[in-house]
Design a protein around this ligand. Structure first.
Ligand code: NI
Length: 398
């Protein structure tokens, strides 16, 4: 297989991507999107597997002679953002947009399925396609896992488009590539009083202000210089009037980490600081955690294989800096080894921007890469090409 084998598909993949882009659906509401994917795959004679999913679907190619099972995942959901690209195929739905390029992911992986369908007789195993809903709410991967669709899978592959990498370049690294994304909500309970008589109350605003300042010391004082973390307070609510001391303050935000030990240390310190500062001011506080996905941790062997496959297709492989954004692909990698890559799309804007776009020239690149990777992985797992791979310069452990 080569990049040119996807050339005849370009027009079709562009049409698919534009149809998805015009008709974005947010997490958990991807009904039309699912129906369209089902139609495109069925028309190509690709079998839809029977897993219980409200939205999203699973398809399979190969397995005619048994053999290992590998999975390729595409997320399919859009965002509650008003599009400002001015594209002729811009979103037709007010306040909804494919601003993270999941339309690109879906179209590319449909391309992978079409490429592999034409080679189904040669496949020495099964490629299972996970068209996953609700990535933006970090719930879809768990729904797919709960449906049983990951059972029997020996390696799992996925991507995110990367606007700052040019088309033809792919970012691959072993270890962490995207962050654990935890959310918090802190409620501070004080005692309301007249603003002129503060000694009669317990001021939750002063308490929250001290907490927020103290929380900023976690990254600087509790995380090693060689580790990394982000603690961001993004919202703060309290009070009703200029002459009343409130009885309650609430603030929330997010914590990003790349390592399980750092993650648990930061979360532990967070609670200690909140509870300790509350006690110091005579108030009470409670932390509500919104569990996000863990960090996306790539397997060394499959990262190396992905780089090898990419180079065999003539792609430029770079070692990317990990992204502090979260990605629920992490849940698959907790269960099955695999690799998550950054696909260069020469985008004008970063993820979630109202003018976000991808260069469609990346569609056949991504389609071919995952088709080739799936074939290489099946061959490797079935012992056809089981010899250890050379470790490329950019794949050295760090
Ligand atoms: Ni995304």
């Amino acid at each position: 297989m080569s990049l040119s084998s996807a050339e005849p598909l370009v027009e079709q993949l562009v049409a698919i991507r534009r149809h998805l882009h015009e008709n974005p659906e947010v997490s958990g509401e991807e009904f039309e999107t699912t129906a369209s994917i089902r139609r495109w795959l069925t028309e190509a004679g690709i079998r839809i597997a029977d897993y219980p999913l409200k939205t999203g679907l699973v398809a399979e190619i190969g397995g005619l002679h048994g053999g290992p099972v590998v999975a390729v995942r595409a997320d399919i959901d859009a965002l509650p953002i008003q599009e400002e690209t001015g594209l002729p195929f811009a979103s037709r739905i007010t306040g909804r947009m494919h601003a993270c390029g999941h339309d690109f992911h879906t179209a590319s992986i449909i391309g992978t399925a079409l490429l592999l369908k034409s080679r189904e007789q040669e496949l020495r195993g099964t490629v299972r396609f996970l068209f996953q809903p609700a990535e933006e709410k970090a719930r879809g991967a768990q729904q797919v896992i709960a449906s049983g669709a990951l059972e029997g899978v020996q390696a799992v592959f996925g991507m995110h488009n990367k606007p700052d990498l040019p088309v033809g370049t792919i970012g691959i690294k072993e270890g962490p590539i995207m962050a654990a994304a935890d959310g918090f909500e802190v409620a501070v309970e004080g005692l309301g009083t007249h603003a002129a008589v503060p000694e009669a109350g317990l001021d939750p605003i002063v308490t929250a202000a001290h907490m927020i300042t103290a929380l900023q010391s976690i990254v600087s004082r509790n995380v090693s210089a060689l580790g990394s973390a982000v603690v961001s307070v993004t919202r703060l609510h309290s009070g009703t009037a200029w002459n009343v001391i409130a009885d309650r303050a609430i603030f929330d935000g997010t914590i990003r980490t790349f390592d399980e030990d750092v993650r648990s240390r930061v979360l532990e310190r967070f609670e200690q600081v909140v509870i300790g500062v509350a006690a110091a001011f005579g108030t009470k506080a409670r932390v509500n955690w919104i569990d996000g996905p863990p960090a996306v941790i790539n397997d060394q062997k499959w990262a190396s294989q992905a780089a090898h496959t990419a180079e065999s297709l003539g792609l430029t492989v770079v070692r990317p800096a990990p992204s502090p954004a979260g990605e629920d692909f992490a849940f698959y990698l907790k269960k099955v080894p695999g690799v998550f890559v950054f696909m260069g799309t020469s985008g004008p804007q970063e993820w979630h921007h109202p003018a976000f776009d991808v260069d469609e020239a990346a569609l056949p690149v991504a389609a071919s890469f995952f088709a080739e990777l799936a074939v290489d992985a099946i061959n490797r797992l079935s012992g056809q090409e089981g010899s250890p791979l050379p470790i490329n310069d950019h794949m050295t452990l760090s």
